[in-house]
Design a protein around this ligand. Sequence first.
Ligand SMILES: C[S@@+](CC[C@H](N)C(=O)[O-])C[C@H]1O[C@@H](n2cnc3c(N)ncnc32)[C@H](O)[C@@H]1O
Length: 339
Amino acid sequence: MIKYLGSKKKMTPFILNTIADFFPNATSVMDLFSGSSCVGYALKKKGYQVFSNDHNFFAYMLAKCYVETDFSYELIKDTSLWIAYLNTLHGSSGYFTSTFCVKSNFFHKSNGEKIDSIREEILHHSLPPALTAILLVSLIEAADKVDSTCGMQMAYLKKFPPRAYKPITLKVPTLLYQSTYGKSLALNLDVLSAAKKIIADVAYIDPPYNQHNYLANYHIWESLALWDKPAHYGIACKRIDCKVRKSIFNYKNLFLSNLSHLLNIIQSKNIILSFSDEGFINSNELKQFLSKHGKLISILSFKYKRYIGSKIGIHNKFGIPVGHSSHSYNKEFLYILEK
Ligand SMILES: C[S@@+](CC[C@H](N)C(=O)[O-])C[C@H]1O[C@@H](n2cnc3c(N)ncnc32)[C@H](O)[C@@H]1O
């Protein structure tokens, strides 16, 4: 799985236990802001039927691979052959190299050239959608292992870390068997549209909790997945559409009204909302707000180490340290709500 801001990877056992404890009869869960797909993957592994949604295309590819696509021997055989072949390709400079290795410094040029060759090859073979998603995820994960960032693509490191010099190598993603409760599904919609379409026993909601836009944080994965070679801007060569593709959940003044709208639309009685103590709404405010939308059954908290960037400190655009972050742990709350 890729490095992802706000990923609940460390918390997945806690989330799974919470669902099992509070909703023991549940067989299906919707993950409406699926991001890295680590929650959907853990849920599917546990046997739930999962409905994942994210409005970014690369996140949809992750969910299509890890949540929607089921393990089969034929598929894994095909995938292994493709990945072995893609790993033999020679690098050839194209959009990726010029944008992310020459105009910016996110990857070593030799890896950028291989990424260009592999992505073009995937495009030219017009493969079935599930296989395409698996190969794109394999490419994104391999690229994530040799990048030169501290986990977000708003900036690159001043000097390549040792991993950036390693040759990129694709691996076969580990797929899961279909849940006995039915086929899981990945969607690529705005959350308000997705919530109208899906019905599940439990809705897990993990919205952005501050102004930072995930598309801008992970613009390279979006461009690699879409392969639309967009115009870009700034030192980080962000996709031009980062300026217009925004989330309605990234605005503090609109957050609660949008969350209210979402809670009204969701067709599940049982809701679990994840929210961080670093978010722009404090716990008391959220508690009062949620009480107006149903019965707030419980609030659970989980303490975990903050994102890697907080250990590195705060730097200006030239990579010069300009401050330290205030603390190295934060708390994530799970609000259990019955509508
Ligand atoms: C906090 S992250 C979710 C992290 C995820 N639970 C994980 O463990 O990786 C929030 C996600 O919501 C997505 N998102 C933001 N606004 C959205 C919207 N309006 N509709 C659908 N997805 C949205 C972002 O792309 C991001 O992946």
